[in-house]
Write a protein that binds this ligand. Structure first.
Ligand SMILES: [Zn+2]
Length: 241
């Protein structure tokens, strides 16, 4: 019998999701966000880049605005109207104090109880190597949560310390601990990924974005159901603070 995941905590009001690229949250996490916003919770998205290096056939100057538009549309599908972009350079985000400072400032501005980020392990499990941007942003997010609470670290970043983050939830983890039942958010999770139409068409030439998005998102949710009492789910590795 597979070990079962615990339900994600739901006694919170504000979440901040911090990821490297437009599409990082839509590849799996969007259905959970839909469930949360349905329940009246506020979720803000923070993109460290505009994903401008993500489309081989478009120059970064052309791709950035396209990907920004697609991200805003994706977010709207799952009830998120606040999307911010930090404008680090896609593909070469550096882990370091500059990034930690930007993320700490955002955490102090938004005062979330829950911070969400993406898998920052070396791999996606097995032999699928992760990207340097995901590794840098995930690790910097974990560290910036602590930075945000310490008034002596980055004292001029943001409106003053925020020590109210209670959990960091890592989506796409190779070793998840918790999950959200996404029965009511799954369809919006699919449509949210479909909004990345230009990106999907470049990534999967000839593929129908709807078929692609549906197979992927429903497939993930079905897979997670095996360790969540048969309920379609999105999983997270939860780090309480
Ligand atoms: Zn990414």
């Amino acid at each position: 019998m597979t070990e079962q995941l615990e339900p994600m905590p739901d006694d919170w009001q504000r979440a901040l999701a911090i990821v490297a690229h437009p599409d990082d949250l839509e590849y799996g996490c969007g259905a959970a966000v839909a469930v949360w916003t349905d329940a009246g919770r506020e979720v803000t998205y923070l993109m460290v880049t505009r994903g401008e290096a993500g489309i081989d056939t478009l120059s970064p100057a052309e791709a950035g605005p396209v990907r920004e538009r697609e991200e805003l549309a994706s977010a709207a599908v799952v009830g998120v109207t606040a999307v911010e972009f930090l404008d680090h350079t896609d593909g070469v985000i550096e882990y370091g104090t500059a990034l930690r400072r930007d993320l700490a400032a955002a955490i102090r501005r938004h005062r979330p109880e829950l911070v969400i980020t993406l898998n920052f392990d070396d791999t996606w499990g097995g032999a699928h190597w992760n990207t340097p941007d995901h590794r840098a942003v995930g690790r910097a997010t974990m560290d910036a949560v602590g930075d945000a609470g310490n008034r002596w670290i980055f004292p001029n970043a943001g409106p003053g310390p925020w020590n109210g983050v209670r959990w960091v939830a890592v989506a796409g983890s190779n070793a998840p601990t918790h999950a959200v039942d996404v029965t009511d958010g799954l369809e919006r999770g699919v449509r949210s990924l479909m909004e990345h139409r230009a990106y999907i068409e470049a990534l999967q030439p000839g593929a129908d974005p709807e078929v692609y998005a549906r197979e992927l998102i429903e497939g993930f949710a079905r897979e997670e159901a095996k360790r969540f009492n048969g309920r379609p789910a999105v999983s997270f590795r939860l780090y309480p603070r």
